[in-house]
Design a protein around this ligand. Structure first.
Ligand code: LLP
Length: 425
């Protein structure tokens, strides 16, 4: 047997994979493949695991909507008490539509446009995390024009190595994110001089996925003296937002970041600071809440290796292609046997793979496979490349099933396109 990750909400019963109480095969047959399946119970369990592990710190949780922005997912977490961390006007719109109070929303990102800033100011969100001094100027100008107040937390770049893939590390000096620690005071002084800005706190985010507490500790040790100074200077300085990035296990031999270990490690560094701590987890909440189900179209062999060709491709789940990310791939009906090779999609690119050179379940044409850990940065990073319609998204809660996003149709894919009248007939 292949060793595998065990996710409680996606168990095997009599050799069949279930999503909570529902056989995955039945869902694939009813709704077609490729199919994203989400477990509401997993979202809730992760949220409460985090809150209870971090009780001593009592952080406010802003769910990083970028990891999975389906309205039903945002709502499921909001129902448990989560706010939202958004990075665009579009995510702000989604969070509001899902019912998240504006006062429970923070807005990050290096390139906020005037329109996005206006929208957030009108909604009166909790605060902006600001990535540069020109952005401070812009928020102040727009807030003045609208008769609003722009609450801000400067994103400080602590220059700490989070040991992640270089594309997902954000808190190093060479990254575009944030303001250097030694320039931060200057940024706050500028913020203080601006007419429509209120200094709400400090923000950092190191990268993801982070597997040990150490990078958080190192970064907090660097920013703590700064926080103390800023707290003394500005009476509205109350928040310390330590970002997201908490790792989950993607491989059977990985542990993920245990929130209890994180709590124990950071508690001493935060102790006595007397700031409201905020956290922006995405993947930790949504990663294992989702699987991607695909059907085997062909099994093909060349002189070198075997390929399992499935109906889900890099347009559905780009993490393997983009980061060489590992996702466990399990059979929807247990097979017993294994075969060595690749799982690839139908897209016309050699980078279109879901697994390379691995022991895989010995599946045949027509069988179903499940890609685990696809709830975070799965559907949200999907595209219509090769004019492939985006998959349907389903949420399961116990034995209840809801379609939370319909499968796209060819008509959906060409919506908004037109052929200029001067085109030759
Ligand atoms: N806060 C900020 C400011 C962020 O930039 C991010 C992620 C998060 C929170 C949430 O990180 P999480 O807890 O989900 O790891 N597409 C990549 C991940 C990109 C993460 C970008 N920022 C992937 O598939 O691994």
């Amino acid at each position: 047997m292949l060793s595998s990750l065990h996710i409680q909400e996606f168990p095997y019963q009599n050799g069949e994979l279930y999503a909570e109480d529902v056989p995955v095969r039945a869902l694939a047959e009813q709704y077609g493949t490729p199919l994203y399946l989400y477990s509401r119970s997993h979202l809730r369990r992760q949220y409460h695991a985090l809150v209870s592990a971090l009780r001593a710190i009592n952080p406010e949780i802003f769910f990083a909507v970028k990891s999975n922005s389906n309205l039903a997912v945002i709502r499921a977490l909001a129902d448990e008490g989560a706010g939202a961390d958004v990075v665009s006007g579009g995510e702000l719109f989604r969070a509001r539509r899902a019912g998240v109070e504006a006062s429970r929303i923070v807005f990050a990102g290096v390139g906020k446009t005037e329109e996005e800033i206006d929208y957030a100011l009108r909604e009166n969100i909790r605060f902006f995390t600001v990535e540069s001094e020109p952005e401070l100027e812009r928020i102040s100008q727009r807030a003045e024009a609208l008769g609003a107040v722009g609450r801000i937390a400067v994103r400080v770049n602590p220059d700490v190595d989070p040991n992640t893939h270089r594309y997902t590390m954000t808190g190093k000096a060479e990254n575009k994110f944030g303001v250097d620690v030694d320039r931060a005071v200057k940024a706050y002084e500028r913020a203080d001089r601006l007419p429509a800005i209120e200094i709400a706190g400090l923000h950092m985010h190191l990268g993801s996925p982070i597997m040990t507490p150490q990078p958080y500790v190192e970064a907090l040790e660097k920013v703590r003296p700064l926080c103390e100074e800023l707290k003394g200077r500005y009476e509205t300085f109350r928040h310390l937002d330590i970002g997201g990035g908490m790792g989950i296990p993607y491989r059977p031999d990985e542990q993920g970041l245990n929130p209890r270990d994180l709590a124990m490690a950071i508690f001493p560094v935060l102790n006595g600071l007397d700031l409201a701590v905020a956290l922006e987890p995405g993947r930790f909440l949504t990663g294992h809440a989702g699987i991607l189900v695909a059907r085997v179209q062909y099994v093909k062999e060349n002189s070198l290796k075997k390929f399992i060709i499935v109906d889900a491709g890099m347009n559905d789940l780009i993490r393997p292609a983009l980061y060489e990310a590992h996702h466990e791939i399990v059979p929807v009906r247990e097979t017993g046997g294994t075969l060595f090779g690749d799982v690839v999609g139908p897209v016309c690119e050699s980078g279109d793979f879901l697994a390379v050179d691995r022991d895989l379940p010995a599946v045949e044409q027509g069988d179903l496979l499940a890609v685990m850990g696809a709830g975070a940065y799965g559907f949200v990073m999907s595209s219509n490349y090769n004019s492939r319609a985006r998959a349907a998204e389903i949420m399961v809660d116990g034995s209840e099933v809801r379609v939370v996003r319909e499968r796209e149709t060819p008509e959906d894919m060409i919506r908004g396109e037109s052929i200029p009248e001067w085109t030759k007939r």
